[in-house]
Ligand binder design. Structure first.
Ligand code: DHE
Length: 588
């Protein structure tokens, strides 16, 4: 059978890309970041085509063979590569490798680069955000080469998951009728922190008053986040392997009371927070299969699966893998905001009839990721949540503002490179009024957005200020109404000192007041405040196989004086941490 030669396919592609670039920028040199990205891609493609054509013996057939021939893996190697891909690559590039936070790794793109170039990128990383897996010691040279080969092969299609399979995995360890009707301990459970021990697949429950570890609970492979029920009594955990756990904080020793598994790859979970639905339902957002699942909030029985496979909002092309990124629950209506990454749609899901949910699909922007609510204020006193939810469209360098009351996209605000807010930071600035801020993976500043269209219309939905940081590579930003500071980390910086450092920014002057190293190992990552906002907690994310004392811990600072108050040691690979009171009330 005759197939078109790779060389001609490349030439056609270059022509198409050049055409697209020229059309987009009117024949001028690249003007917008989007066009610059296209031109960079074209440059890479051109280089490879020229190299291939310059080789005398490179007939079209030989070229095609050279790019595919040597790629054979044993079954064992293939399985190993598949697991590494799931662990390290799928989050950014997608299971089907169509690209999202990272570029497409479909074979027609990777084969152009070849094993050596790909191995170099995987080992050394890139300035545009690809981690240096080899330099970090995460992948050996052999594993790097294995991955360089694997991603030139067609991606294997992972299996689907039925409701029946989810029910098979479902287990109620303590039925609701056997659970306590009041807390069985005297601890201030609303000031508990649930700390993720990522690579241990566990969470530590820590008493925020005494800093004692109350229990350590199995929670699934590479647990990603936890969220609290509206009452705060229940903790929902989600593992990267799609395992969901329900922890009851009222038990004498807080522990798991139910568990299930609703997908193979997941990042988000939330609960029903509207009056009358408190603690009633949970929702899990999956990366693979691309769907969300509604579960009973008390037992975790899964009962409704909704696929997110659909069409990209802008080009209306079918996408087989639109992953569910962040999910937040409204406090003002029976509504979840479900952010569908690849198709760029925000789905407002009304759960009042969860078997027949009404879904309003809003056209937003592609590659939606994480986000949080803007707050409502009376002067400088926080009085609750506004109807506006802000979410990063990270590869489009934008923040989308969703008006959940009027069910429409209120605004789309350009910010820096790859915004990554976590849930963002809210405060009242003397001039701009109520604001919300995000950091960036790819720029060394935070962007501050005005969020008060009624009181401060001139600043609303605009980037009103930037605060420069010592380094790019920020992952999380956080504040509390009772702290004078906004805290930022930089775990993805290329510089080891910066990875371990955090900075405090003055809310009024917007000056970086202090930056300091939290530990002499690992990466400082993610912040959380205690219930009254007097302390800020930061994780030191060490390695699970490091010597004792270097695997991870949490460091507690006074949120006003910035003095160190305590170190909570022996928390291997501590990452996210969530205070019960702040999480149930969405205080950030
Ligand atoms: Fe996260 C939030 C996805 C890497 C720790 N992360 C989120 C959310 C999503 C997401 C969609 C929002 C959940 C919500 O609010 O419902 N994260 C991803 C990825 O796809 C990505 C980029 C790569 C991957 O393969 O997972 C990724 N995340 C990381 C990390 O490397 C971190 C630091 C450690 C880890 O677990 O892998 C990490 N992500 C977190 C944390 C939050 C989070 C702690 C919650 C922040 C909060 O304050 O709510």
């Amino acid at each position: 059978m005759h197939k078109p030669s790779l060389r001609w396919m490349l030439v056609l592609l270059v022509t198409a890309l050049v055409g697209a670039a020229l059309t987009a920028c009117g024949g001028q040199a690249a003007a917008t970041p989007e066009v610059r990205e296209v031109v960079k891609t074209v440059e890479v493609v051109k280089t490879v085509v020229v190299t291939v054509e310059a080789t005398p013996e490179a007939t079209p057939e030989a070229t095609e063979a050279a790019t595919t021939d040597e790629i054979t893996l044993s079954d064992e190697e293939f399985e190993q590569a598949k697991q590494i891909y799931f662990d390290r690559c799928a989050g950014c590039h997608g299971v089907l490798r169509k690209g999202a936070t990272g570029p497409s790794l479909e074979p027609e793109n990777t084969r152009r680069l070849g094993t050596t170039n790909l191995a170099s990128i995987i080992f050394n990383g890139t300035a545009r955000g690809m981690p240096d897996w080899g330099k970090q010691g995460v992948l050996s040279e052999a594993e790097t080469e294995l991955m360089a080969k694997y991603i030139q092969m067609d991606p294997p299609m992972p299996p689907e998951m039925s409701l029946e399979q989810m029910k098979e995995a479902w287990e109620v360890l303590v039925p609701p009728e056997e659970r306590p009707t009041a807390p069985q301990h005297d601890r201030n459970w609303q000031n508990f922190f649930v700390v993720i021990l990522r690579d241990a697949g566990k969470v530590a429950i820590i008493d925020g008053d005494t800093k004692e570890v109350v229990n350590i609970v199995e929670s699934g492979y590479a647990t990603h986040i936890v969220r609290m029920s509206k009452s705060g009594r229940y903790v929902y955990t989600i593992g990267r392997d799609g395992k969901v756990g329900l922890i009851d904080l009222w038990m004498e020793t807080p522990d798991l009371v139910a568990k299930t598994k609703v997908c193979y790859d997941a990042r988000s979970v939330d609960t029903s927070k509207y009056a009358g639905y408190e603690d009633k339902y949970a929702i899990v957002g999956c990366y693979w299969p691309p769907h969300f699942v509604i579960l009973d909030g008390q037992t975790l029985e899964p009962f409704k699966v909704v696929s997110t496979r659909s069409y990209t909002y802008d080009t209306e092309e079918y996408h087989p893998e639109p992953r569910v990124a962040s999910i937040v629950a409204s406090h003002a209506r029976p509504q979840w905001v479900v952010n569908v990454k690849e198709t760029g749609q925000v789905w407002l899901v009304d759960y009042s009839d969860p078997n027949n949910p009404t879904i309003r699909m809003l056209e937003a922007e592609r590659f939606l990721h994480d986000g949080g609510w803007a707050m409502e204020w009376n002067g400088t006193e926080r009085v609750g949540l506004s109807p506006y939810f802000l979410v990063a469209a990270n590869m489009r360098n934008k923040v989308v503002v969703v008006n959940t009351e009027e069910e429409k996209i209120e605004a789309i605000v350009p910010v820096g490179t790859k915004p990554h807010p976590g849930r963002g930071a809210n405060w009242v600035h003397p001039e701009y009024g109520p604001v919300w801020a995000t950091g960036h993976l790819g720029d060394n500043f935070i962007s501050i957005i005005g969020v008060d269209p009624e009181g401060h219309p001139d600043y609303a939905w605009k980037e009103v200020a930037r605060v420069e940081l010592p380094a790019a590579g920020n992952l999380f930003i956080k504040t509390h109404p009772n702290s004078p500071y906004i805290f930022v980390d930089a775990p993805l910086s290329n510089d080891e000192t910066q990875q371990r450092s955090i900075c405090a920014i003055n809310k009024e002057t917007l000056e970086v007041e202090k930056c300091w190293e939290v530990a002499d190992y690992g990466r400082a990552v993610h912040f959380e405040f205690n219930q009254d906002g007097t302390e800020v907690w930061v994780s030191v994310w060490g390695k699970i196989d490091a010597p004792e004392g270097q695997q991870g811990e949490v460091v507690v600072y006074d949120a006003t004086t910035l003095e160190e108050i305590a170190r909570i040691p022996n928390l291997p690979t501590a990452t996210g941490k969530f205070n019960v009171y702040n999480t149930m009330n969405d205080i950030y």
